[in-house]
Design a protein around this ligand. Structure first.
Ligand SMILES: *Cc1c(COP(=O)(O)O)cnc(C)c1O
Length: 375
């Protein structure tokens, strides 16, 4: 099929829904699944993905910031929305206006949120993030200090208590266990003061996938898994309890095919030189579309159902591949950057390995000019 786009992604709505249901089945009833749709749903398109997830039964969605939450509200998403990464003082009005639930990261912020709630005239919910050892956002206050602040700020409601893991993929590290223990100390300290938040949540994709029930609380926050990925763990991981499949394929078109003689250089810096008579294809996508520049002379794509190597430097709008072994490839044909053709496939994890980065960064790096098609 010929496409009208130079570079596009195809996102499978049913895969997203299936992955969401797989997470729900893995954690079982009684645990709320809050899919993470930050960063434009890892570039799958936050509005459309949120619609699919709400239809599949999601009652909560998590975004990074106020702007992302507001965009979902303006698109008519009615689910609860948690804004996870610290919001700026100037964004507090927008939180209220769009009925977003903030994650509060410090007791100082809690006092401010309380003052805002008093002016608002109705109680405002928040989730409180504990820095249990990540050393990034979250309060490091003791259970007593938190209890005092929660009880003093009565115009607000502590609806959720949460933390985030720094080393969840590393099963040779004690850090996750230590973080769970630290979080538990705070949670039980609060319970002794009579404070029992409705939601308790710690886990993102990895601790869900490897069945670490002690970190599930009664809510989980899968991002990567919703899009069909679980990063390979280090060390001795338990058997996975979750199976998901990628929902996105990424494609581009062949702009030109030509034959170069042995010895001909290819592209910027002439970092590739043909060692034999070589047929190249010029693809209508480059690093401005999100193809890692590190793919230069190193990456692989799928052309005519076969793996074809990237040759020369990836440029802003164009990438060259060696198609000497794909004589049937023609101008206007589709080439798969991420996805599968027949038995051959390349996923974000493999792309990340070739580019020396992580799969999250590959997905989030698919740029805004890449068209999105929902299938
Ligand atoms: C991004 C994020 C998640 C989701 O992480 P995945 O590894 O993609 O599942 C969960 N919680 C917080 C706080 C996050 O920032």
């Amino acid at each position: 099929m010929k496409s009208v786009h130079r570079c596009w992604v195809e996102v499978s709505r049913s895969r997203i829904a299936q992955n969401f249901r797989a997470v729900r089945a893995a954690v079982g009833g009684g645990i709320e699944v809050m899919p993470v749709v930050k960063a434009d749903a890892y570039r799958h398109g936050a509005i459309e993905i949120s619609r699919v997830l709400v239809e599949a039964g999601a009652r909560w969605l998590a975004v990074s910031n106020v702007e992302e939450g507001a965009a979902l509200r303006m698109a008519g998403i009615g689910a609860r929305i948690l804004a996870m990464a610290d919001f700026l003082p100037a964004e507090r009005d927008a939180l209220l206006e769009h009925e977003l639930t903030p994650v509060i990261h410090s007791l100082g912020d809690l006092a401010e949120w309380n003052a805002r709630a008093e002016r608002h005239g109705a109680p405002l919910a928040y989730h409180l993030k504990i820095d249990s050892g990540m050393g990034r956002l979250g309060t490091r206050a003791s259970a007593e200090e938190i209890a005092c602040a929660v009880l003093a700020n009565r115009a607000t409601v502590l609806e959720g208590l949460m933390t985030h893991f720094a080393s969840s993929a590393d099963y040779s590290s004690p850090q996750t266990r230590e973080q769970v223990e630290q979080f538990e100390r705070i949670r039980t300290g609060l319970a002794q003061a009579g404070i029992r938040p409705r939601y308790v949540h710690l886990a993102s994709t990895i601790p869900i996938s490897y069945g670490q029930r002690e970190s599930w609380g009664n809510m989980v926050r899968p991002g990567h898994a919703i899009y069909g990925y679980v990063s390979p763990p280090r060390g001795n991981a338990p058997k996975p309890v979750l199976h998901v499949q990628p929902a996105l394929t990424w494609k581009t078109q062949v702009l030109a095919v030509k034959d170069l003689p042995a010895g001909a250089p290819v592209g910027y810096g002439a970092i590739f030189r043909a060692t034999r008579p070589t047929r190249i294809a010029v693809l209508a996508a480059g690093y401005a579309d999100g193809i890692p520049h590190r793919f230069s002379n190193r990456g692989k794509v799928i052309a005519s159902g076969k793996i074809a190597p990237v040759i020369g430097a990836v440029s802003m709008d164009l990438t060259t591949i060696d198609v000497t072994d794909c004589p049937e490839l023609q101008v206007g044909d589709t080439v798969t950057l991420l996805g599968s053709e027949g038995a051959v496939s390349i996923d974000a994890q493999q792309i990340a390995r070739m580019a020396g980065t992580i799969s999250y960064s590959i997905l989030c790096g698919i740029s805004a000019r890449v068209k999105r098609v929902y299938v």
